[in-house]
Write a protein that binds this ligand. Sequence first.
Ligand code: AMP
Length: 250
Amino acid sequence: MKILVAVKRVVDAKVKVRPLPDHSGPDIKLARMAMNPFDEIAVEEAVELKESGKATEVVAVTIGGAKSVDVLRTAMAIGADRSIHVQTDDVVEPLAAAKILAKIVEKEAPGLILLGKQAIDDDCGQTGPMLSGLLKCPLGAFAGEIAFGDDGRVLVTRETDGGTQTVSLALPAVVTADLRLAEPRYVTLPSMAKARKKPVETIALADLGVDAAPRIRTLCVEPPPARKAGVMVSSVDELVEKLRNEAHVL
Ligand code: AMP
């Protein structure tokens, strides 16, 4: 079984992003970039499934500008066998990403399509659900565990607010990775060097015949309100009094 994993290049999670002076968007021109953390988890899971004999090939795919190849190299250093780069310098919203990924699924015919549960740049969490809708195939969103039954179906244990839910999905299926699905391995220099020799296929977005035009207009980008300064208390009694009367604690 082939696994296709979608990986997005986003601003590194440790970078504090600020809005542009005109509030038209985030100021990310000089920001350090990295693979979306949930996609890293998805790649690790795919590679572990291959290492345990449940999958035969792991293919990473990204949609973006020339520098997006960096995240494909990282995916291949983790253990993906090859990569596909859908090249575009335009903004790619979740619906467009889902349509593009649907085309790649058509071409590659994977058994399992893994994505992150959300990209930490837009926090949309929409691409996986939209992709499963477009493909008319089952969705296991927020996966904390993946297993395979003897019946050729995939068992996905989903993280929910109240605990977990295990669902059995017919293949091909779309699964989105939550935090506990896998722990990404440390990428070593030799594995990075090895990844440089693995194949990357480049496809121009225009050649896919997908309407990827943006549907969303950003009106304003604001930072979250600054936190109020803390207050020093002189005694436990004063702390309890403040908690009771100001923090609405019973
Ligand atoms: P989002 O719906 O934007 O929160 O993204 C959810 C997931 O969709 C990400 O974690 C990726 O796995 C995938 N995805 C979204 N945009 C892209 C992209 N431009 N290239 C590759 N994968 C993407």
